[in-house]
Write a protein that binds this ligand. Structure first.
Ligand code: 5GP
Length: 131
């Protein structure tokens, strides 16, 4: 069965997309820990990120780097933090999180409450900066 992220990539489930190329897809996390919290996923459905072959993993990091540059340009923050957890959705993904302090990366705290309209606006700003 396709993962929820494969369904998002296929357009079967809506998302706030920020970037895409032939191999990867980036969209806003639906339960963000910070404004602009973005997920980067490979279109190839693989559960564990370290099961990706080296060249694909390398290209995924380079794609994430371009997305992070767009986030940095679009959102007020000190830098973009990167983390991999992957216990909830069995489809490899990188979290890219705009941060001004370490605690912005903390998944244990209450998630932000952001309206769909604000998510759409944030995604639009990041998309505009993606090169
Ligand atoms: P992890 O697998 O890294 O522990 O967490 C998966 C992440 O995917 C969570 O931060 C969760 O909010 C996000 N997520 C789960 N389902 C959806 C969804 O349907 N749409 C979006 N945009 N994000 C999702």
């Amino acid at each position: 069965m396709a993962t929820i992220f494969s369904k998002i990539i296929a357009g079967e489930i809506p998302c706030h997309k920020v970037a895409e190329d032939d191999e990867f897809f980036a969209f806003l996390d639906i339960n963000p820990v910070a404004v602009g919290h973005t997920l980067v996923v490979p279109k190839q459905e693989t559960d564990y990120i370290f099961d990706l072959d080296d060249p694909l993993l390398g290209r995924m990091i380079c794609f994430a780097k371009r997305v992070a540059a767009a986030q940095k340009a679009a959102i007020i923050c000190k830098r973009i933090g990167l983390t991999v957890i992957g216990l909830e959705v069995p489809h490899a993904h990188i979290h890219l999180i705009p941060m001004t302090r370490e605690s912005d990366m903390f998944f244990g705290r209450k998630k932000l409450e952001i309206t769909p309209e604000s998510l759409a606006e944030i995604a639009g700003k990041i998309r505009k900066e993606y090169k």
